[in-house]
Write a protein that binds this ligand. Structure first.
Ligand code: UDP
Ligand code: MG
Length: 313
């Protein structure tokens, strides 16, 4: 019996790409004899002819499964659905627009066979990518890495292979506001990277608009880091300290040495700023409680075990 490998493809308005992708992937998989494959297409509320195209290729090939969303829920939901439904001993997530080279699939499998549990495709350079997107992603990775507990590698994409144990653990993560690849990063496990050159999108245009990407960036920042929440508290500490020192200085010069150096409004301003600092510190305390609610609600497992060594009696 060959091992079963699941390939998960989120599709949203890809009517022209579906047949092309299918042809490309069939060609590559045809050259691999040691595995069986299932192709899980998740139709994420396409409004064009995508579903028809999927049904057409389903007629040709028995290894195709279609998950049809009732509306557009986003790529993160689509990949999650694919991971929840797949049955393979490993799952590979890949885009339908041929930006992720299907020829790399054998390399992913070879790495997996050496015991690596998460194989991550890292994009070397995106041909034809806009300047705003490049700058945006540069700063996104800079910021997220400086404030989050899990390391997020620049250029790491959703093109990745997950071992069965990882998929099963992934299913235990219940949070809704999610970025699939960030969650996978959070889970840990043995990981390795495969570099690839992203092709240009073969047809249609990227479904991710600028604002959708910005929203995704903020979502993942919120789900990966509590720093923004605690920012008010940190600001409060800085402001209180600075204005406190200044206030002390004013107190000494005005009321101990009687120099009349500061005007009354200036003294008032310092007092107000000092009080603002205290208010911000209080906000920081509230943030601590919200942070704890946040992590309880996300309900992530406290830890993940690769393989338990405890023997049953
Ligand atoms: N996609 C999806 N739902 C969406 C947006 C995109 O399932 O709401 C799919 C899309 O069909 C493609 C993959 O996710 O297979 C990557 O999308 P896209 O090419 O738009 O993003 P980018 O290449 O810019 O990351
Ligand atoms: Mg794309």
């Amino acid at each position: 019996m060959n091992k079963l490998i699941s390939i998960i493809i989120p599709v949203h308005n890809e009517e022209e790409n579906v047949p092309l992708f299918f042809a490309a992937v069939t060609k590559v998989l045809g050259e691999i004899n040691d595995y069986d494959f299932e192709l899980i297409f998740v139709n994420d509320g396409s409004t064009d002819n995508t579903l028809n195209e999927l049904n057409k290729i389903e007629q040709i090939s028995t290894r195709i499964q279609i998950i049809d969303f009732s509306r557009n829920f986003g790529k993160e939901a689509a990949t999650s659905a694919g991971l929840n439904e797949c049955r393979g001993e490993a799952a590979i997530m890949i885009d339908a627009d041929l930006q992720h080279p299907v020829e790399k699939i054998p390399e992913f499998l070879a790495k997996w066979e050496t015991g690596v549990e998460v194989v991550v495709g890292v994009r070397e350079k995106n041909k034809g990518e806009g300047l705003t997107k490049r700058i945006g992603s540069f700063f996104f990775y800079k910021i997220i890495n400086s404030i989050s507990e899990t390391e997020v590698i620049a250029g790491a994409t959703d093109f990745r292979l997950l071992d069965r144990t990882v998929v099963d653990e992934f299913k235990n993560l219940k949070e809704r506001n999610r970025m699939t690849r960030a969650l996978v990063d959070w889970m840990g496990f043995r990981r390795e990277y495969i570099a690839f050159y992203a092709n240009e999108r073969s047809h249609g245009k990227a479904s991710y608009s600028f604002w959708k990407l910005v929203r995704l960036a903020f979502n993942s920042m919120v789900s990966l880091s509590l720093f923004p929440l605690k920012l008010a508290g940190y600001l409060g500490i800085v402001i209180t300290l600075l204005s406190g020192v200044l206030g002390l200085y004013i107190f000494l010069t005005e009321y101990v040495f009687h120099t009349n150096y500061f005007t009354a409004p200036a003294i008032l301003a310092v007092i107000i700023v000092f009080l603002m600092g205290i208010v911000l510190i209080c906000l920081g305390f509230i943030a601590l409680y919200i942070a704890s609610i946040h992590s309880e609600v996300a309900g992530r497992p406290m830890y993940i075990i690769r393989k338990s060594k405890v023997k049953s009696p």
